[in-house]
Write a protein that binds this ligand. Sequence first.
Ligand SMILES: Nc1ncnc2c1ncn2[C@@H]1O[C@H](COP(=O)(O)OP(=O)(O)O)[C@@H](O)[C@H]1O
Ligand SMILES: [Mg+2]
Length: 409
Amino acid sequence: MLPKEKIIVGLEVGTSKVCAVVGEVLDDGNIMVVGVGQANSEGVRKGEIVNIEATVECIHAAVADAEESAGVEIHNVYASVSGGHIRSFNNRGTVAVTNEDREISEEEVRNVLLNAKAVNIPMDHVVIHAIRQHFFVDGHDGIQNPVGMIGAKLEADVHVIYGVRTRLQNTIKCIKHVPLDVANIAVSGFASALAVLTSEHQQLGAVVVDIGGGTTDYIIYSEGTIQHSGVLAVGGDHITNDVAIGLRIPMNRAETLKIEHGSVAIPPDDEVLTLKREVGLPDRQVSKQQLCRIMNLRVEETLTLVKKELEKHKLMEYLGAGVFITGGCARLQGLEPLAAQIFGLPVHIGHSLTVGGPTSAIESPEYSTAIGLVRYALGSQRDQHQPPSPLRKIGQSFQHLIQKARAFL
Ligand SMILES: Nc1ncnc2c1ncn2[C@@H]1O[C@H](COP(=O)(O)OP(=O)(O)O)[C@@H](O)[C@H]1O
Ligand SMILES: [Mg+2]
């Protein structure tokens, strides 16, 4: 059995599936995927939990599967969160350097990051990440590590990601009910980016678009730091829904049709597809062109929404490495040329490039988030400047909630 401290588990409670990835930290600091577990998701809509009991069961099944696959016992996980309630903005923090010698210490760095994080967000929201972009010392830009520098004023730019406290608590509550400990949480798009982007891509500039079942999570890097991020409450389920409505077939048939015969490239010649007879459902014939047209419209609309965000934040010129698409919908036929045409940039279908392991895991786009969580965990364990985990805040109110619930019983 592998020693426990070298094992990190990433858990994604997605709209379509719950997935647990077991990563082993090798002596050279690299990560190897040593096990994956998965279960179909029930109780999650558009990335948010709507049925606690069903979700707990799915997490339990996925984790048991991962335990068997990796040959380890899992007690502790890093979890991803998603949903349309997650928002972001950039903020600047400032502190005066008060040491006599004006030498910037670790403490000032911690303080300026805390100051940058202390922002006005609505009462019922909580900061999930305050990710540093760069520092300024007496107005000098682009400083990556100011420790040891001399200056009177230290400033830090951070990318703040926040969400509705109770919705985040629901994810944590489900995981704790399994029962498992939650070591920390990260937003899905950030985790996916850590799996699919190398540091060269982050430096050159890239957008990662994770298209899952109920959400599209995006995040933009340039010059090695996060510039912008967000979540659209639209995903592959909407494509399936459009197919079901457009072709007047039930959702499960539409899902199979989408995966087995669908494409976002409209074929020049039509073809008749026959849906096999099922219990209670007769044979049906549908036009492949019509199927692909429906799928093309929805995917084009979703990617155009992401492009508009990039344009709004003036980030289109900073994407030297291009667009990385991941999540289950990255498997859509014809996606690469469609996305290249929309963005006018090179498009890569996201495989996890930053970890080792079986190709079946690292080449599966739907695992990027859980794989990236393992990288996130390793990074946050090593980062001594990291402000305290948002879990403390979320967890405290969570305890409070439980006490309140108990008082009711
Ligand atoms: N081969 C495929 N072709 C097209 N779509 C696919 C394929 N495989 C999975 N999908 C779609 O990907 C979505 C699920 O992606 P995933 O990343 O697993 O979601 P989540 O993380 O939200 O649970 C579903 O809408 C599913 O239909
Ligand atoms: Mg996902």
